[in-house]
Design a protein around this ligand. Structure first.
Ligand SMILES: [Zn+2]
Length: 442
């Protein structure tokens, strides 16, 4: 293995590598020796089995590294990254007060200019080429986050957090907050949504029903739909949170209905967690086309619950994966897949799920094409196929070996390799990440 491989910094280029990708038509494609051609516009122009002399001219032979589609993280919080892994054993609302609101309160422009670039480098190191993230309440620091994403090269959907109660903005007259927050969000959306041919996108971001009045939820959903932007919030994460929502919205049928009444449940809605749903809620989410960002490592860290993934999949809910850093302690989605698999195993072992376990390829799909479909970007990203934009990662599976110097990283087939990438994920196994063929700083 040569870690000094000089990876191509920008398109066009052709890479020779092993290839492992989900396919839009279903299933997975594995090639032990493939040529992947990226054209000058950063699109995938060729994906061929390497055929000796007749293959495309390689600029770089990366074998035995594996080329894969970039990962899509549907849920993260940029200001929270410094506290990742801190506060184990606390419930959601206590953890927010103690470890999160102080960070977000202090998320001014200089702080954002320090944290956001470091966060995007961390996502790139983790293999995440698309991230959907919350900022803090402050519009200036959200603007700094977008500038950092623009400069870094990552594909990002970001939004300024909106809250008109249970907020850390205690200086302001609450009656002004809704109008101000809406105006700030709309201005940020006008500036950033669709920037760089859609690489940067905006999400109106009411934090959750505990922090938002019905008027705030309604106004943000309307603004998102008028602007063609995403709308992101949290749903049904923690039992105490659910009780609080019931108290705050006594007329709503359930938590999901709070967002439904606000006009929020559309195919552009990204709802994090959604753990404790009734059958009615599951049915309504599937019908609405709203997306669930499944965040199993976060759900285990805060002991929020175990999402019944199989039940939601059977109902047809659109889903992808989220790290939810910092309630999730790790940015890498490979670790999130592992937490998700363990959660489903625990549900089966406890007799709470009769569904067959997801295969490693199923988890990869959730973290790539599933996320792309959730964002409506399946024509652009999510798999290594001709015509798509070259959002790619290259992974060194040798570092996942149990014993140094024993065995080979290509023992078995792609299923075995992918199983190790998930269950023995190594912090430095992602050796490079590209968006549209541009190498991301990591
Ligand atoms: Zn979250």
């Amino acid at each position: 293995m040569d870690p000094a491989h000089a990876l191509p910094a920008g398109p066009p280029f052709t890479i020779r590598a092993r290839l492992l990708t989900t396919l839009a038509s279903g299933g997975v494609r594995y090639e032990p020796d493939a040529g992947i051609e990226v054209d000058v516009a950063g699109r995938i122009a060729g994906v061929e089995r390497w055929d000796g002399d007749s293959g495309p001219a390689a600029t770089l032979d990366l074998r035995p590294w594996v080329l894969m589609p970039g990962l899509v993280d549907l849920h993260a919080h940029l200001p929270q990254l410094p506290n990742a892994g801190v506060g184990a054993g606390l419930d959601l609302l206590t953890w927010l007060e103690r470890y999160i609101f102080p960070l977000e309160r202090d998320f001014d422009v200089p702080t954002a200019e320090l944290i956001a670039p470091a966060a995007f480098r961390a996502f790139a190191r983790a293999g995440t080429t698309t991230v959907v993230a919350y900022g803090a309440l402050w519009p200036e620091s959200l603007d700094a986050c977008f500038r950092a994403a623009e400069a870094h090269g990552i594909r990002a959907v970001i939004g300024k957090v909106m809250m008109d109660r249970l907020s850390y903005d205690t200086d302001r007259d609450p009656t002004e907050v809704l109008e101000l927050s809406l105006r700030q969000s709309t201005e940020l959306c006008a500036t950033w949504n669709g920037r760089d041919d859609g690489r940067l996108m905006y999400a109106f971001t009411p934090r959750f029903a505990v922090s938002c009045s019905a008027a705030m939820l309604r106004a943000s959903a309307l603004a998102a739909s008028e602007a063609g932007a995403y709308w992101q919030t949290h749903l049904s994460e923690d039992r105490e949170e659910i009780s609080e929502v019931k108290r705050l919205f006594p007329d709503a049928i359930d938590y999901t209905d709070v967002y439904d009444r606000a006009g929020g449940l559309t195919p552009r809605a990204i709802l994090a967690h959604a753990i404790h749903l009734s059958d009615r809620e599951v049915e309504r989410l599937a019908e609405s086309g709203a997306v669930v960002a499944h965040c199993p490592s976060s759900n285990l860290f805060l002991a929020s619950g175990a999402m019944p993934l199989a039940r939601y999949q059977a109902a047809g809910i659109r889903m992808g994966l989220g790290s939810d850093v910092a309630a999730g302690p790790d940015a890498p989605l490979f670790s999130v897949m592992r937490a998700g698999a363990y959660t489903q195993n625990a549900l089966r072992a406890a007799g709470l799920s009769g569904a067959p376990p997801l295969s490693p390829a199923d988890w990869l799909r959730l973290g790539t094409l599933g996320g792309a479909e959730a964002l409506g970007l399946q024509d652009r990203i999510g798999s290594v196929e001709v015509g798509k934009e070259a959002d790619l990662i290259v992974v060194d599976p040798s570092v996942t070996l149990p014993l140094e110097g024993v065995g080979a990283h290509d023992d078995g087939g792609p299923d075995e390799m992918l199983s190790r990438l998930i269950f023995r994920a190594h912090p430095s196994m992602v050796r490079g990440a590209w968006v549209r063929g541009r190498l991301l700083p990591a």
